[in-house]
Write a protein that binds this ligand. Structure first.
Ligand code: GLV
Ligand code: MN
Ligand code: MN
Length: 399
């Protein structure tokens, strides 16, 4: 299957026909269909399929006569945000299979194994914690905490994994697997307007995290409850959203309140509870931390005024990631001096980087839009990405 054929096969999976957005949440039928697509592509190429205890998928090319360690791993993820674009995640995996085809066509016999990875729940769209599969693999999240994470229907990760034949008691760091990974290179669509060339190399990922605010008030009748008698959590929530924007402006950071749940969510009821998720990112840890503290302070003040309770929980946080400098420079050089740029988007590569030399390749995104249907990469740039990944794999795996 060529790049174009693989792309066409994945295109309809989990796609909303009206909006063109993708809904591929970890372990839901659409994502499971993507996983079987992955297994089919691996089998088609005689790659050895491995599902690790954390639900991450690997397809291995073990060249005969060489060991199974010191592998060059590439890949990305198959899950999406709600209504996401087609490229965020799958581009890295389709490109990886296509690059293996090119290496073989060109008679390259690697001296190191090459692995294609599909990390589970990268977006955290179902269980709330971004890069869950790679965090578990590297020990960046405690297994007991992960087991208890719940999706929007209240199902725990432990239950969902059990339903897919995985043992929740076995999730967690996998030193054996990690010790076989010599380096990781993730190809990804660029997610802003920062890349003005077909392909670039990542320098860093800025600090980023997610925080949940639970605002608890008192549910009551919209027509009979006097304003002064209300304990309406929607009011401090409104203040929180504005405070997030103001704190971002003050601190030179980015804040987004992109998800909110209101109970009971009735038009004629004063809400009893509001839960809001804050995504915060910025150039430095202290700026992000200060931003969140200021939003918290504003929410507490507004909540006190309205007799509402506030609880704040940090769901995930990733400090600044500086990718391995020798590896990054080697890739930029072998690709002929392509641009080297940081990103504000999170990736499994950012998690793997704490344990193995890691790098990223970016493919130009002419719309500058991501996590939305307009996310795009031109076919020509995608093929340039495959070519670049092929060059990189040959450089690193030898042959
Ligand atoms: C993942 O794409 C993120 O940056 O949230
Ligand atoms: Mn994403
Ligand atoms: Mn991604």
């Amino acid at each position: 299957m060529s790049f174009e054929e693989m792309w066409a096969a994945l295109r309809p999976v989990g796609r909303d026909a009206e909006t063109g957005g993708y809904h591929r949440f970890a372990w839901t039928p659409a994502e499971v269909e993507c996983r079987s697509w992955f297994a089919d592509e691996a089998r088609r190429r005689d790659l050895e399929i491995e599902t690790d205890p954390n639900g991450n998928l690997f397809a291995w090319w073990f060249p005969p006569g060489n060991g199974r360690g010191d592998a060059v791993v590439t890949g990305s993820h198959l899950d999406s945000v709600p209504g996401g674009g087609a490229f965020d995640g799958p581009l890295g995996i389709v490109s990886a299979f296509a690059a293996i085809d090119l290496l073989r066509e060109r008679g390259v016999r690697p001296s190191r194994p090459i692995g294609v990875a599909a990390f589970a729940e990268e977006e955290g769209a179902r269980f709330g914690v971004a890069c869950l599969g790679s965090r578990l693999l590297t020990g960046a999240i405690a297994p007991y905490r992960a087991r208890g994470l719940r999706d929007r229907d209240g199902r725990t990760l432990a239950d969902v994994l059990t339903g897919h034949g995985l043992d929740p008691e076995r999730i967690g760091p996998d030193e054996g697997l990690l010790s076989r990974i010599g380096c990781y290179v993730e190809l990804h669509v660029e997610q802003g307007r920062a890349l003005d060339a077909p392909v670039g190399v990542a320098s860093a990922i800025v600090p980023h995290g997610r925080w949940r605010f639970d605002l608890a008030g008192e549910g009551n009748h919209a027509g009979t409850t006097r304003l002064k008698d209300r304990r309406d959590p929607m009011l401090p929530f409104a203040r929180l959203v504005l405070a997030a924007r103001e704190a971002a402006e003050r601190n030179g950071t980015l804040t987004t309140v992109g998800r909110v749940e209101v109970a009971p969510n009735g038009v004629n009821a004063v809400p009893s509870a509001v839960t809001a998720w804050l995504d915060g990112r910025g150039p430095a840890d202290d700026a992000v931390r200060r931003t969140v503290a200021e939003v918290h302070e504003a929410a507490l003040r507004a909540a006190r005024e309205h007799g509402v309770g506030v609880e704040l929980a940090e769901e995930s946080y990733t400090e600044v990631v500086d990718f391995d400098v020798p590896l990054r420079d080697r890739l930029a050089a072998v690709l002929g001096g392509v641009p080297v740029l940081p990103t504000g988007a999170g990736h499994d590569a950012g998690i793997l980087a704490s344990r193995v030399p890691t790098a990223m390749l970016f493919v130009r995104n002419p719309t500058g839009v991501s996590h939305a249907p307009a996310e795009h990469a031109d076919a020509e740039d995608c093929l340039a990405g495959v070519e670049a990944l092929t060059t990189v794999l040959k450089e690193l795996a030898g042959g």
